[in-house]
Structure formats: C-alpha cells, structure tokens
Design a protein around this ligand. Structure first.
Ligand code: TDO
Length: 180
C-alpha cells in the first residue's frame, strides 16, 4: 500500500497493493497499523458508510462542525467519481484550496480527508457505489456544507451543469465566505 501526502497537509492519497490470480483480485482496503505508520496520524474509525448514485449526482460539499468533525477515508467499490477535499482550516496556508482525484472501482484508490475539510464527489458513471470510513459518528445537528459551485472554490466537477443532480439540502448550502 502506498500512501502519499497531497499538497494539502494531512490529506493523503492511498493506493492499495492488489493481488491478482486466476480467481480475481484481493487487496486490503484498510490496515490500521500500516495506515498509522505511514501517515503518523492517530486515527480510529467508528462508522462505515455506503451510498449508491447514478451519473450526474453531486454530493457535497459536507462537513460536521465542532466536536462532531469527521475525518473520512473514502473509496469507490464500483463505478467512478471525482472526489474533492476542501481545506477549511483557518490557520492553514492552503485554506480554501481543494484537492481532487478520480476514484474508481478499478483503480481502487482511496483519499483520506482529515478533520477541518469539506468533502464532496461527483458521480461520473451510473451504478456507482461509494464507501467511506469516518472517525466520528454522524450528528445531524452538526451538519454543514458549502455549495458545490461556489465561485471562490472554482471546482471543475467534470459534469455538464444541466446533468447535475443535487439533494434538496445541497441546493441551499452556503458560500464559503458566508459561513464566516
Ligand atoms: C451521512 C449520514 C446520513 N444519514 C442519513 C440522513 C439522510 O436521511 C440520509 C442521506 O443523508 P445525506 O443526504 O446527508 O447523504 P449524503 O449527501 O451522501 O452525505 C454524505 O455526503 C458525502 C459527500 C460526505 O462527505 C458524507 O460525510 C456525507 O455528508 O442518510 C445517516 O443516517 N448517517 C450518516 O452518517
């Protein structure tokens, strides 16, 4: 498993070692000891989530506030997404910048999104299955987010505007500079 820090400090790209044989493939999708050794983070995941989406869906940009902040280890089991992590750490030299990468059911890549970031993804293929581990439990009252098309963030979601599908909640998210 290779773990590489992105230009956003504390945000890592992960490529598992995949073993193939006549039957198919095998890989460790998470190994706590290796993860901690290679990132120097102390992390303890408490919740696993999974969602399915069709092409055109954009989920995000989400985070939980305060004591309910979450780090996430995200991957795609089937299909293809553009995954996006936005640095919202006020004291960070990369505040407001984002990192994006393609995660697919074939490349098996993962992204570790630390606490203090907003996270979202656009779905580039039908029947996409997205899975992620969180280091803090879901707390509805702590949910917050930034609208996906915030001009300050200027994220290329790799979709045509007219094919984008959002939840009602995501349609009314704030701009980053309104969040304060
Ligand atoms: C996130 C979440 C949702 N739910 C429920 C609430 C709601 O009824 C239903 C769907 O929730 P949402 O619309 O918030 O799902 P979704 O838009 O997929 O939310 C997710 O988006 C990505 C980008 C993230 O980074 C995640 O942390 C999470 O915010 O599932 C839980 O029960 N537990 C959870 O952890």
């Amino acid at each position: 498993m290779t773990i590489t820090e992105t230009y956003l400090k504390g945000c890592f790209e992960i490529e598992p070692t995949v073993f193939g044989d006549d039957r198919g493939t095998f890989f460790e999708s998470f190994n706590e000891k290796e993860f901690i050794d290679k990132t120097n983070l102390s992390i303890h995941f408490v919740q696993d989530n999974q969602s399915t989406s069709e092409r055109g869906v954009v989920r995000g940009l989400h985070f939980q506030t305060g004591n309910f902040a979450q780090a996430k280890l995200v991957r795609v089991i089937q299909g293809k997404v553009l995954d996006v992590a936005v640095d919202l750490r006020r004291n960070s030299s990369t505040f407001g910048q984002h990192f994006s990468c393609i995660l697919t059911g074939k490349n098996n890549k993962q992204l570790f999104v630390p606490r203090g970031f907003a996270h979202g993804f656009s779905v580039l293929e039908d029947d996409t299955i997205f899975a992620y581990k969180c280091d803090n439990y879901y707390n509805k009252a702590s949910e917050s987010g930034i609208v996906y098309n915030d001009p300050q963030l200027n994220i290329d979601w790799m979709l045509d505007e007219q094919e984008i599908v959002l939840s009602e909640k995501d349609k009314v998210l704030e701009l980053l500079n309104v969040l304060g």
